[in-house]
Ligand binder design. Structure first.
Ligand SMILES: C[S@@+](CC[C@H](N)C(=O)[O-])C[C@H]1O[C@@H](n2cnc3c(N)ncnc32)[C@H](O)[C@@H]1O
Length: 249
């Protein structure tokens, strides 16, 4: 991670949208970035008998697709604020699920859910290794707006409903050849409130797609305290340490 504080450096960039890399997203993700099969199996265990589910940051529908392969009875509503991402989910899954092009921070649906989940979506936890605290990582880089989003999510849960946030390893700088033609690189820049991540796809001619995303990072204990304020209790990590689970009172 870079030692410099780059808050000013990124302020003139087109920050915090997935539109820049949407076209190449699946090539990256299906090359082992996440294990969607394992993620889906973990989520099935966590939701148990619940069927009415909401995905926060559905992206191109890769998690939902694997969940529906596990059990086609799930009724999934996918939320995302990037049309170039959710359009790919629609192409992938058609009428097998519902889609809402909404910013989760103003979530407004006329329905409540038995479970909500996010896999690298609007929120997730950074896993600093066993014995170390997690950190809540938010795609919404303003603390008050991020909290507003969590309030909205919890308002859309039934009493007893669960919220499962996936764990991810600490982000690092690296470069990886995805195909003969396409290389992915990411660079992390530390900031006071979290970090900015530069995603770049290059071919022999240079950078063909990129985006800068500024993430907010919140200590685990602060996250749990906030969830308690909004009527949600921390349940803990699931047995295979892939998700942290909260439950609405
Ligand atoms: C890394 S992708 C994860 C997609 C999917 N869960 C997966 O595992 O492939 C993050 C997604 O969250 C969406 N997102 C970020 N901030 C959001 C917000 N405030 N409201 C709704 N969606 C958001 C982005 O548009 C993007 O599609």
């Amino acid at each position: 991670m870079s030692d410099s504080n780059n808050t000013q450096e990124f302020d003139n960039k087109d920050l915090n949208t997935y539109a820049g890399i949407a076209e190449h997203y699946d090539t990256l993700m299906t090359d082992g970035y996440y294990d969607y099969d394992e993620i889906a199996k973990n989520l099935c265990d966590i939701v148990g008998e619940r069927r009415n589910l909401m995905e926060l940051g559905v992206g191109t529908g890769l998690v939902a697709d694997n969940l529906l392969k596990e059990n086609s009875d799930y009724q999934i509503t996918g939320i995302d604020n990037t049309s170039a991402m959710i359009e790919q989910a629609k192409e992938r899954l058609g009428d097998k699920m519902k889609y809402e092009l909404q910013d989760v921070t103003n979530l407004d649906l006329d329905q409540k859910f038995e479970a909500a989940f996010s896999v690298g979506g609007c929120w997730y936890f950074i896993d600093n290794g066993e014995g170390n605290d997690l950190e809540l990582c938010s795609h919404i880089d303003d603390i008050d707006i991020s909290k507003q989003g969590l309030r909205k999510v919890v308002e859309h849960l039934e009493p007893g409903g669960v919220l499962a946030l996936a764990l991810q390893p600490v982000h690092t700088n690296y470069s990886k050849e995805l195909t003969e033609e396409l290389t992915y690189s990411q660079e992390i820049f530390k900031e006071d409130s979290g970090f900015t991540k530069h995603y770049a796809f290059t071919n022999s001619k240079g950078v063909i797609a990129e985006q800068f995303y500024r993430y907010l990072v919140i200590p685990e204990s602060n996250a749990h305290d906030f969830f308690k304020e909004i009527d949600c209790k921390p349940i803990g990590l699931n047995s295979s340490r892939k998700f942290f689970v909260y439950q609405k009172n």
